[in-house]
Design a binder for this molecule. Sequence first.
Ligand code: AGP
Length: 576
Amino acid sequence: MCGIIGYLGHKEAYPLLLAGLQQLEYRGYDSAGICTSSDNTLHVHKLQGRVQNLTAMSLPGTRGIGHTRWSTHGRPSDRNAHPFADGKNQFSVVHNGIIENYLELKEELRKEGVQFSSDTDSEVIVHLIAQNYQGDLRQAVLDTIKRLQGAYAFCVLKNDREEIIGVRNGSPLVVGIGVQENFLASDVSAVIEHTRNVIYLNDFECARITREGVDIRTFQGEPCPFNVKEVNWNLEQAQKQGYKHFMLKEIYEQPQVVEDSLRQSLSLKTKFSRLIIVACGTAFYAGLVGKYLIETVAKIPVTVEIASEFRYKEPLFSAQELVLAISQSGETADTLAAVRLAKQQGIGTLGLINVVDSTIAREVDQVIYTRAGPEIGVASTKAFTAQLLTLYQLAFYLAGKDFKPLHLADQLRAVLSLNDQIKDLAQKYFHYQNFLYIGRNSQYPLALEGALKLKEISYIHAEAYPAGELKHGPLALVSEETPTVALCLQDSVYQKTFSNIQEIKARGGKVIAIATEEDEKIRSISDDVIYLPKVEELFLPLLAVIPLQLFAYHIADIKECDVDKPRNLAKSVTVE
Ligand code: AGP
């Protein structure tokens, strides 16, 4: 997820683009760049690092484009920063999204003598536009997008044209309508201080902005009707796209994360007989689901270790083992130490990391990046789902099978539509001081994750157990004052968990069941039920986590906790 912006008007473009990029940094921040045009000449300044690095200089011109990057292809560096220009420095492009077929396009362009200056997928766009240009910039863009596969929004500037072209296909792009000046941007936060009149482009639409106005066409070049909307958000709301907290926005981004993750393919360099997963917190719980998936689908044994424990023991490695480090930030000290321990012992290391070029990503032998985009909320949500999705892909890859789950993203959207019911439940239960979470099989790690979510953002004590463990002690905790969230989706051990719920009810405990739609039996023994769509048992974890995230979120919000920045916690735990 990157931030892109374009400006064309009567003011100096550079300071305005810079300020707009600073508002877009929540979308990505590992490198940034600006291109302006004056006297038919393109001027570019781009650097690895934060947008702030661009303030040391300025560029002339009253039109320009800018970019702040969240790397997916090509490590963060000056050369991989956007904007990208063609060989004659006549065209400049900034891009947000993924060009899936960039390697074949790059090969084709190279054979035609094109010199590339970066390792990115985005750069193929500007070279194709330069090739297709025959005097009409918009037409050159429309001809180019016929060759592109993937999700993208990009802006194009030409050195001698008083226009900027923007296209949208799967990544957001808005037009800001000013007076004798117009804007293009990934979202309204970049333009809101200049105009509240915006047009939200739809997929497969192409906008051409000039000083005088905007003209929107379909990808086939047909005129498009459009509505100018007045935005009444303040800047902070705009960055959260109207959501009250980043965490809620990120919970709702999960279907998109699934769709982005399914666009990537993976392959491993190393063969192994056993996988050892090392991780912390939510990433560790993703690893527990990963164990279930890989052992079930690929029949490969998996051990999952808490990194802070693993790093201090004498691991008994054997040949043909592979250590998989799961980490959203790629900077977690305990997980990094576990990777270094494995490497010292000559064991292969693999990373499942969200932040490109982070320390762990650079130290493992091979890295698979998750496609969650920047996760701002301290409590991990979409990164967890991205980890799960990539673990599904890994399990099916190891089994030599295709992983093409149809409708998964839509099923997540269906679960998200339960938000109001879950918010009502939170209103009913927020005053309790203790919760139990239970589940079996792949639902047990979800119980752990659900309990952690509640603890870390609402500060309410919550403990998770394998449902079968209740009778070995935790049942003593059951009382009117300690509700239980029971993951009891229909799977191979449903009846066992059903019995556990009966044990709880027999002792006066309240139960909130997470169940499969049409399961009337469970309603008769539970105080409240959240019904999820029917899915194959294997996919239960991907759906079951969402009600747990929303339940914790709404309880924390009702308690007026600092949801995005919970007390005592940090987004990246870079210390022991
Ligand atoms: C989860 O909501 C927490 N933010 C925390 O447990 C986190 O998952 C853990 O610190 C691991 O972080 P990492 O994925 O960046 O390594």
